[in-house]
Structure formats: C-alpha cells, structure tokens
Write a protein that binds this ligand. Structure first.
Ligand code: GAL
Ligand code: MG
Length: 1000
C-alpha cells in the first residue's frame, strides 16, 4: 500500500517516503565522522561524557504511541495525545507492545526488496525539549534505532535515517523555537535496510541506544583522524588530521607529562615525531591523552600507539605475531534488550578479561561507541563489524528442490546493484565512526552475506578510508565470480581441525587464517577448545579464533512462584517463525553467570602452561603472552594432592619472556609417593588491575607426579547365604541382603541393616538427556536407548561359602528393530560388596553411544557425594580443562548445572571412586580404573522432556549414574561432529563396576 497516497499533502505522514527506497539512506543528517563528545573550554574532557556541559542526555521516559500498522498512523500523528510513556533507550517489545521474534537465518518478512509488508509496526516517541538560543547549534544524536527513524521537530520534518547500529545526527537548530519544543521520532520496525540486518538475534525494535543533544559552535571541529606509525627503537609518529576548523592540541602520557604540543589546520595533517613511546596492545593497554582545543570546545581523545600488519602470512601487532583468544559478542540483555549501558558493557568486558579473553568480534554490527573506549582501556583487540547480514537469501534463491548443499544463494544481495550503495554506506558508518580506536585491529565487512561485487566495493571503500587496519570477512559463497583477494585475512567459521591443517597446504593461499566463529558454545559445551588451541598454536599463520558466542539471548517471560526468572527463547513469544533455543548459545547465561564453558575458555586461553621438565622436580612454564613477562604479572603457588587431599604446598618464583619458557624446580616433587599424586600450579594476579584484584586466580595447571596404585577394594571374607526360587535369588552377606529378580534380570532390592537402598531396580543405562550438541539424538530415540524392554535369556547361580555368583545374558530393545544391545553379566557378591563384570555388544543401528553404565535410584537421605576425580565443576572427556583431579564433596542438590533448556549436565570425568552417603551409611562405587558419574535430583528423562529449566520437577529419589564411559560433548550444534577419540567404542564394551556398602 502506498502510504503517500494515504497521507494528506504535507502532513507529517506524507514525509514517510524513504523506507522502501534503497537509495535514500540518510536524509537531513550530518556527515559521518569520528565519534567524540565536546566539552566546554575549562572542563576536563577525559571525564565521562555525561559531565560535558555541551551534552544533554535525552534518555528517560518519552511519550509513546504504538501502531500495529503504519496504515493506522494519523496524518498528523505528531499532534496526537501521548498518554503512555516508554523508557529511552529500550525496545518496545519489552514493554508489552508487539512481540519479540527469534529468527536466525530466515527473514522475518517476505523477501520482496525494496518493499516491506504494508502493515509495518510503528513506535512514535515524543518528548519536550527546552531551548534558549546562545549562538550554538543543537545537534540531536541517536546512537542506535532499529530499524529506521523519521524525525520531526515541532511541526517540521527534519530527516530520516536507517542502519540500526549506526549513529544518526541531525542539526535541529533551524527547527527550534525559544522555550518549549517537541521532538517526535517515528520508528519503523521494517524498512529496506531490514534485508541487510538479518542477524541471528531476537528481533526487537525501537530507540535502543543513548539519545542526546550536543551544543556546538557554528564553526566547529567536524572530524579528525589520529594515525600512529611506529618507527625503530621506540620511536613513533602521530599523524593528526582535522576537518572543520583549526585546533591546538597537546599530547600527554598517562602521568600527565606533556609529550608534544602542536597546531593543526583545517583540512591538513600534522605529523609529530616521538621517542620512547609506550605501545598499546591488549596486554599493555597504554593510552596517551590528546587534548584538542577547538575554539571554545575541548575534546579528549585517547591515543594508543600500535600497528597491525600482515607479514609473510602472519598477523602482527607491533611487529609480533599474535593469536586472538576471542569471543563473539551481541548486544543482548534480558532486562534491557539491545541497550547496553556503559556499566553493562564494562561488566561484560571485565568478565572477558577475567577469563583470559583478549579479543572481541562485535558480531554482527558496530557496538556503542563507548564499547571501543572500554576495549582500549581494558585491553581487548576488536574485530569491528559492519551492520550487515543477508543470510535469509539462502531460503530465497533456489527452487523447492534445494537441499542446503549449495549455499551460494546467500550472496544474492552481494551482487544486487540496488544494494550497492547501502552496503558501502554501512562500511562508511563503521569506519568513519570508529577510526580513532586503537583496539580496532580488523574491519569486518559484515556477516553471512555471501561475496560479490558489492562486497568488493565495500572492501575497497574501507581501504580508501583507512589504510592502517586489516580487512576481514568470511567470504565463502559467491554468485558472480568476484575475487576476494582484496581481503587481508581469510576467515573461517566452524572449520574442523583437518580443514585448518589443509589450509596450510594450499600453495595458492598465503594469507593468515582466523576462525571468526568456532567452538559453538550452545548448552553443555564446547568440548573442543583445547584441540583448536593446539592447532592455532601449531602455526603462526593461524591468528586464533572467536568462540561463538558470549551470551545467551533471552527475553524473560516472568517469574515462577519461587521467584526464579523464566527465561524465554524462540517459540515462547507466539512467533510466526522461530528458531527455538538456538539463541541460547553463549558462554554466559542471560544474567551473565558464567556457563562452565566459560571456565573452560578461561583455562584454555591461559597465559601460562606447565609441562614436565626433563629431570625430576623440574617443570617447564611456557607463556602465551606476546608482550609481557608473565612473571611480572603473576604469582605462582602449588599444591600436591592425592586421594586424601593436599599433602604439600609451596611457592615458586619465575620469569618468562613473552612467548618464551623457563624451567622451574619444585623440591617436593622428588619425594616417593605411594598413592597416585598430582601437583597443581596456581597462578594469581600479582597486582590490582582495572579488571581484577591482586590474588585473583588467573589459571592453573595440574600434572600427575606419581602413578600410585589404583583404588582397590579390600577383600573381606564373610559368610554368604544364597537362596534361589523360580523367580528370584536372595543373597545375604552380613547386614546386606540382595534380591535379584530373574524376570527383570536385575537387582530389585538391596537392604542394609533392614533399610532399602534401591527405590527402583538397578538398571543399565545407555541414554543421556540430549545436549544441544547431541544432534544425533534422533537416532537415540529411534533405537530407543531411552526406553526399552529387557529380554532375559538365562540366569545361573553358583554359590560358595564366601561368595555367590550370578551370571546372566540379556538384551535390550524396543519394537521394529533388533535389540540395540546384548549383554553378558557376571555378578559376584561377597564381603566386599557387589561386583559387576559385563560385556555389552551394540547393534549397528546406533550412531554414537552417549553413555554406558549403571543407574541407581537411591533414597533421598543419600544426599551427599564425594569423589576423587575431575571437579569441582562438571567435566567430560573433552571438556575438563577447567577441572582438576582432586577430592571433592558436594550435596547432590548442588550438583546440577541449570541450563535454560535442560540437558545432560554435571557429569564428572576420570573418577577413581565415588561415595554416596546418608548420615550413617556410605555406598562406594568404583568402575574400572576411571569412570564418570552423575548424582542428581533430576532424571535424564525429566531433563530430556522439559523445554525450560523452570519446568523441571525433582525425582523422589536421588539418581546416581555410574558410567563406564560418558561421551564427550563437542560443539556439533553448529560445529563439527564429535571427534572419534571422545566417543565410546563400538560395538563391544567390557565394563566393570563395584558397589560396596558400609556403616559410617
Ligand atoms: C553463524 C552465524 C552466527 C550464528 C551462528 C549460530 O553461522 O554467523 O550469527 O548464527 O552461526 O549460532
Ligand atoms: Mg546468520
């Protein structure tokens, strides 16, 4: 429907003519320029911008009118009554208007560019603004509006702007009258820009970043560019170019000592030579202060001296090869939606630094300008990405027979002429705004938009605007044959390890490789961080990677009666199309509580690693710090432990050149240890920093220094009495009575001192509540690993004076297919307990076996678990870097990792024993030399059945799963299939379990 035809001539509504025009991007806006907030002369321009007398923040409650459709908008909507209010910044879907939609790839609207649906939802914002003329202009700044804004002041139309994550500035002075004025911003949910903003996120709308007015002199500094060029032996040059007016500038170090003072003239560059310059890096975020005096304005700019280059296929910062230990971050908060306040951003970045992360990719759009200042100060490298993604084109390009094998359709808009200008515009918004930020090391053309002529033009534009950074883009998939050789680095997503190794063997490729996304952190995972780490460090041409992604995205649905937040995800909002919980793929929960995956990241990204030295007592400390001596920032202590706990502690002094290694001697290590013994080196921060306090644990490393003997169960001679009937066998040993049911082929009762230990029969267990990475779960359900019948082929008892032995053969199956497992077991009961030896043979119908073990439902008063194994947090064969071998104890109620979509959790790998105890009785489990276990109040069936954590119901028993083995978790939700070495072997498994019951 043509909105123009609807609207009365010259009415406010009649001005809405740009949102379906791919060539009308910014109307009535100021030219793009670097981000800065001017202060009044005499003010300290390095104080937070809120303190500037020239800035008036318009955040707060604005009048608000919501329309389901632009068609319902009144011609003169700006004069309607604004009885409701909404906070600015925010997203209107969080305030009861419209509803959130989570869609990943698919467009939320029919693909019909440049058109969008007739019924575009509209939010009209209005507020008063007082003006007293003082000779200065008033510039109204929006730092982010999704998806576009029509701006009116009083009765006049001021302008239009799109690109949700870009700054839009309007000089509103000509429209202002002395006294009270009315600002009205009509925000549309969709515009032609929507086709370029198909990022994987919960789709929200509105004015979602700060809005403010700057008072600026008529003759003013419009833009400036600070470039740093490094020379030899600590010398460097500062190139400073200004536009708009002449300025006088002063450069100081961070102690306030003046390094240089100089003038710069409008349109010209000055070059300042400096000696003994301290360089900026993520490890040494040293910033100089440039004070720019421009007329009666003063501007504070923080300057970091650093350079970024590719040298023989290697990314170098300040001349040194670097690795990005990175993470992808979206602006996404459960309470504020897309709005990220300074405090929220700082908290995110501090948490990253505390977890040894050194780089962020601003997936998939520019963040708030203050985000980059924080990265400069805290020390994080940034891939700064343009607000661009047209992923949904894959669903558009091919006919109905399309099978996902050819993904090139994603590049439709990359070679669509209509979008050429809009794509370049997005690069211009990015580069011109952030050009002075030292943290930005790569510009990224966008995400998942395929490659083509428009992308080449975009890359060339970026290179014209800035020749000091590298241009990045994941450029796979192209329809028009355009070469991507303009890109400085090759970028991959979720490449498997072989793909990475193969990359080095391509003779035609000499560029560095970054994995802009890897280790999909959805749910319980990722399990492959360490393996990637080893490949990254195998060759300098790999410059590291960025884990996908930082946070779970959610819009809360309210609270439970107990006050627990009900985190919602795709499908919870009544959407037309949704992608379920694929937005729950972060390293932190929505409220920023770390997932165990983040602990894993912290440990894999650790600055120091320890290995055994050549001679006894010696250990090699190797550093992955590129600029700093690890010994200058870290203290080290150690603990020597065995199954009884800590037996020695000590400290070591050390010193390691960047990327170097050093040998450290620990005298306690040479002692003879009877038990299996481990040494754990713990590295802590030496001093308070901007992001952590002195003593903060940065990382650790644990090594086994004595093998010792395996945990053996002591033999106990006692009289055994066995009674067999046609249906069961009862065996009594001292205080313990076991009853084996032949029909069920299982122990149905174990009584100790007359009290029952089993609430349900002892079971074999093959299933786990599928994790998000268990994409093969359909196979498990088809085979019925989760729910099966047992067939018993025979049961034999042979009893002696001190032992009874029951041998069984059985199978496990459901309808339709052959039994999925055939099992032979021998149960030996004697004074030391119940011993189970079994051989399980799995059918060819199973893809991957999630686990094999036994499961016990024990009475609730068996509530305490103690183990010697990998803890204290959950650990898996491929996800245990953050854990260490130790003796841990916990209440079973606390052994649950509360994933928002419930799934397998809280297993412990590498265990040597487990005891589960009540007040007076202890049950000890062992299984082979090492095993995994879970102790939980929730059954795997319950975890698998429920879609949200707040729906979970506790089992009436405590559920103990003792596993011969538990499969790894991997990152297959988006990444490669679980590596074979982390799978259970097939088809034959020989397992051994032992259960011993004793009085405490
Ligand atoms: C990537 C994409 C991300 C996200 C991820 C899956 O392909 O770039 O935006 O969708 O997959 O979680
Ligand atoms: Mg995508």
């Amino acid at each position: 429907m043509d909105i123009l035809k609807l609207a009365a001539e010259n009415s406010p509504r009649s001005k809405m003519i740009y949102h379906e025009d791919t060539q009308a991007l910014h109307i009535g806006t100021l030219d793009k320029h670097c981000y800065f907030v001017p202060f009044a002369k005499g003010q300290d321009p390095f104080e937070g911008r809120k303190n500037s007398q020239r800035m008036e923040l318009l955040n707060g409650n604005w009048g608000f009118r919501y329309y389901d459709s632009i068609i319902d908008l009144e011609d003169d909507f700006i004069h309607e009554k604004f009885e409701n209010t909404i906070p600015v910044p925010s997203n209107w879907q969080l305030y009861g208007y419209d509803k959130p939609q989570y869609t990943n790839v698919c467009y939320p609207i029919p693909f019909d560019p440049p058109f969008v649906p007739d019924d575009i939802p509209v939010g009209v914002y209005q507020r008063e603004y007082d003006y007293s003329p003082d000779g200065m202009d008033r510039v109204l700044v929006f730092e982010g509006v999704d998806s576009c804004v029509y701006l009116y002041v009083n009765d006049s139309f001021v302008g239009y702007s799109q690109v949700s994550h870009a700054t839009a500035e309007f000089n509103i002075t000509p429209y202002l009258a002395e006294g009270r004025n009315i600002i009205t911003a009509a925000v549309l949910k969709w515009c032609d820009g929507t086709y370029l903003e198909d990022q994987d996120k919960i789709r929200l709308s509105g004015i979602f970043r700060d809005v403010y007015v700057l008072s600026r002199p008529k003759m003013r500094l419009e833009n400036y560019i600070v470039k740093t060029i490094l020379g030899e032996n600590g010398s460097a040059r500062l190139e400073f170019t200004v536009f708009g007016c002449d300025v006088f500038a002063k450069l100081c170090d961070d102690d306030g000592v003046t390094m240089a003072q100089f003038s710069a003239y409008d349109g010209e560059s000055v070059e300042i030579k400096l000696e003994n310059v301290k360089l900026w890096s993520a490890e040494t975020p040293y910033l100089y202060r440039l004070t720019i005096n421009a007329g009666d304005e003063v501007i504070g700019e923080e300057v970091g001296f650093r350079d970024v280059k590719v040298d023989k296929g290697v990314v170098k910062i300040n001349g040194r090869a670097v690795k990005f230990k990175g993470v992808n971050r979206h602006d996404s908060y459960p309470d504020t939606g897309y709005y990220a306040s300074y405090e929220q951003m700082r908290a995110d970045l501090v948490l990253m630094k505390k977890h040894n992360i050194n780089a962020v990719r601003t997936s998939h759009y520019p963040n708030s300008p203050m985000f980059y200042q924080l990265c400069d100060r805290l020390g994080l490298y940034v891939i700064d990405e343009a607000d661009l993604e047209s992923h949904g084109c894959v669903e558009v390009y091919y006919d109905y027979k399309w099978d996902y094998s050819d993904y090139n359709g994603i590049a439709m808009l990359a070679s669509d002429e209509r979008f050429g200008n809009a794509i370049k515009d997005r690069a211009e918004c990015l580069v011109k705004r952030d050009i002075n930020r030292p943290c930005v090391v790569f510009w990224s053309l966008g995400n998942e938009s395929g490659y083509g002529k428009n992308m080449l033009d975009e890359a060339e534009l970026i290179k014209r605007l800035d020749d000091t950074r590298l241009v990045h883009y994941e450029s796979t998939h192209c329809l028009d044959g355009t070469s991507d050789s303009v890109l400085d680095v090759v970028s991959g997503m979720y490449w498997d390890l072989n793909g990475m190794k193969g990359y080095l063997e391509k003779p035609e490729e000499n560029r560095p490789l970054v994995q802009c996304e890897y280790c999909h952190a959805m749910g319980n995972g990722p399990g492959d961080l360490e393996d990637y780490h080893n490949v990254f460090y195998s060759n300098e041409r790999f410059c590291g990677g960025f884990v996908w992604e930082w946070c779970d995205h959610s819009v809360p649905l309210g609270k439970t009666a107990e006050g627990k937040i009900k985190y919602g995800y795709g499908g919870d909002f009544g959407e037309r199309h949704n992608d379920g919980n694929f937005c729950m793929d972060g390293l932190v929960y929505p409220d920023r509580t770390p997932h165990t995956g983040l602990l894993e990241v912290k440990q894999v990204y650790r600055p120091v690693r320890v290995t055994k030295g050549k001679s006894e007592g010696n250990f090699v400390f190797s550093s992955t710090l590129e600029f700093v001596n690890a010994g200058d920032i870290l203290d080290c202590r150690y603990e020597i432990t065995d199954k009884n706990g800590i037996i020695h502690i000590g400290r070591v002094d050390f010193d390691i050149e960047p990327m170097g290694s050093t040998v450290v001697n620990v005298p306690n290590d040479t002692a003879e240890y009877e038990n299996e013994t481990f040494i754990r080196f713990i590295f802590t921060a030496k001093e308070d920093t901007d992001y952590c306090e002195n003593g903060y644990e940065v990382c650790f490393d644990q090594l086994r220094i004595a093998e010792g003997k395996a945990c053996k169960v002591a033999e106990v001679k006692e009289n055994v009495e066995a009674v067999e009937t046609p249906l069961d066998i009862t065996v009594t040993v001292g205080d313990v009575v076991y009853r084996f049911d032949k029909r069920k082929s299982a122990f149905v009762s174990v009584k100790f001192g007359g009290r029952e230990l089993l609430d349900r029969p002892l079971q074999y267990n093959f299933f786990r509540a599928p994790t998000d990475n268990d994409v093969m779960k359909c196979n498990w359900y088809k085979v019925h690993l989760n729910d099966f019948d047992v067939k018993s082929y025979g049961c034999e008892l042979s009893a002696g004076e001190n032992r009874a032995e029951i041998s069984v053969t059985q199978s496990f199956g459901w309808s339709i297919q052959q039994p999925f497992c055939r099992l032979k077991a021998v149960y030996v009961i004697d004074g030391s307990g119940l011993d189970i030896k079994c051989e399980a043979e799995f059918s060819n119908k199973i893809d991957m076996i999630p686990r094999f073990g036994i499961r016990l439902f024990m009475p609730k008063d068996y509530s305490r678990a103690e183990y010697f194994g990998y803890g204290p947090t959950e650990s898996y064969i491929d996800k245990r870097q953050a854990c260490y071998m130790g003796r841990f104890a916990a209440d079973i109620g606390d052994m649950h990792e509360d994933y928002i979509r419930p799934q397998e959790n809280s297993s412990h790998y590498g265990c040597r024993y487990l005891t589960v105890s009540s007040e007076d009785t202890s049950v000890m489990f062992t299984a082979g030399e090492e095993f995994s276990f879970n102790a939980s109040q929730f059954t795997q069936e319950e975890l698998a059945a429920k879609a949200h954590n707040y729906e979970l119901e506790r089992c009436e028993s405590n559920v103990i799963c003792v596993d011969y083995a538990m499969a790894g978790v991997g990152s297959n939700s988006c990444g490669p299939r679980l590596a074979e070495k982390y799978q259970l072997e097939k088809p034959l498994i020989n397992a051994h379990f032992h259960i011993q019951i004793s009085k405490i």
